[in-house]
Design a protein around this ligand. Structure first.
Ligand SMILES: Cc1cc2nc3c(=O)[nH]c(=O)nc-3n(C[C@H](O)[C@H](O)[C@H](O)COP(=O)(O)O)c2cc1C
Length: 329
């Protein structure tokens, strides 16, 4: 069976990609994930804050005219600061596996940190995933300003590198599809739909904020499913589905609506990296049962552009559901 696909211009042996997570910090895991069937991996993010700390420190040393300190800078920083270690991680991951290694750059404003993308390219990453984890809690900031920020950062990173750049987006735009289209036209090479926002809860006993991180569940595929179905075939960039994959069934559903690749983290963290093989074999078994010879036979068959059941994606379905009652499962 031909499982091959293309993502960000990269040829992948199948559509299973490990999304950004601490799993990528351990090269033993990275090798096993490839052996168990992963076709590419996104390394955990390097954050704007890490990069700017390093830039601040360099500027301080230069301003002090401390050339001795400056020459000693790389070794000194490598002990505990992220950016240099991150470049090492990229190099080591590239050397450890054949599958493409995608770096993840995570920031929220357009400043000097975007130049770090060049170093990521030099370190050997095959693509950059840009995660603009931005919470517009300043209520004077308009939606148009927020969207302009995303465009600005994308353009700055694209200017800095010749690598393909994907945008990992949240669904919280007033018109998510239009936002994707705008970024697509501005040169984004792909989209990761969607980023998951980690919302705090309240501990009522302690009256404190809970900052715990919950792994996803399969119900979370529905929002990305809707938007991938709406976008498939309508943009130049490729589409990665992300959120809620727990079994091969979610992988297959994402492919049906038009995802080029399907990403997973929670399932691997919950069951261990060996679970990649379960996902892979489950996907193959499902496609065999459907007598599918190649992935492209099913990809996008249930996208909005391909299905005649458009009502399922629209307001008419909403009204029907509200009138028809709920299923408790
Ligand atoms: C422990 C943990 C760490 C993560 N670290 C990152 C990160 O560094 N950068 C990023 O873009 N996403 C990060 N994510 C988000 C995942 O890449 C993914 O988008 C999210 O978990 C939804 O996918 P899933 O349902 O398959 O888990 C992290 C998720 C988890 C659970």
């Amino acid at each position: 069976m031909d499982l091959s696909t293309r993502y960000l211009g990269l040829d992948l042996k199948n559509p299973l990609v490990v999304s950004a997570s601490p799993l990528g910090l351990d090269l033993g895991n990275v090798r096993k994930l490839e052996d168990f069937g992963a076709a590419a991996i996104v390394l955990p993010s390097i954050f704007q804050e890490d990069i700017e700390n390093e830039i601040d420190e360099m500027e301080r040393l230069v301003a002090e005219g401390n050339s001795e300190a400056f020459s000693y800078f790389p070794a000194h920083m490598s002990e505990n600061v992220g950016p240099k270690n991150y470049l090492d991680l990229i190099r080591r991951a590239r050397a450890a596996v054949d599958m493409p290694v995608i770096a993840s750059l995570n920031g929220t404003t357009r400043t000097g940190w975007t130049d770090y993308a060049k170093q990521i390219e030099q370190a050997g990453a095959q693509a950059i995933e840009l995660n603009i984890y931005f919470l517009p809690t300043d209520i004077s900031q308009s939606g148009a300003e927020v969207e302009a920020l995303y465009l600005d950062i994308l353009k700055a990173v694209k200017q800095a590198v010749s690598l393909p750049v994907s945008m990992k987006l949240s669904p919280y735009f007033s018109s998510p599809g239009h936002m994707v289209k705008t970024l697509d036209q501005a040169g984004a090479d792909g989209f990761v739909l969607f980023n998951r926002f980690y919302q705090p809860d309240i501990d009522l006993e302690e009256l404190s904020l809970l900052r715990d991180l919950k792994l996803s569940h399969k119900g979370e595929i529905r929002l990305p499913l809707l938007w991938i179905a709406a976008l498939a075939g309508k943009i130049k960039g490729s589409i990665a589905a992300s959120s809620g994959v727990q079994t091969a069934a979610e992988v297959i559903k994402y492919l049906f609506v038009g995802a080029d690749v399907v990403m997973t983290t929670s399932a691997l963290m919950r069951h261990g990296v060996g679970y990649m093989k379960t996902l892979h074999d489950g996907m193959v078994a499902d496609l065999n049962a459907r007598e599918v010879g190649k992935l492209s036979d099913i990809r996008g068959r249930m996208s909005r552009g391909a299905t005649s059941d458009l009502g399922a994606f629209d307001r008419v379905n909403y009204i029907r559901i509200l009138r028809g009652g709920v299923h408790s499962s």
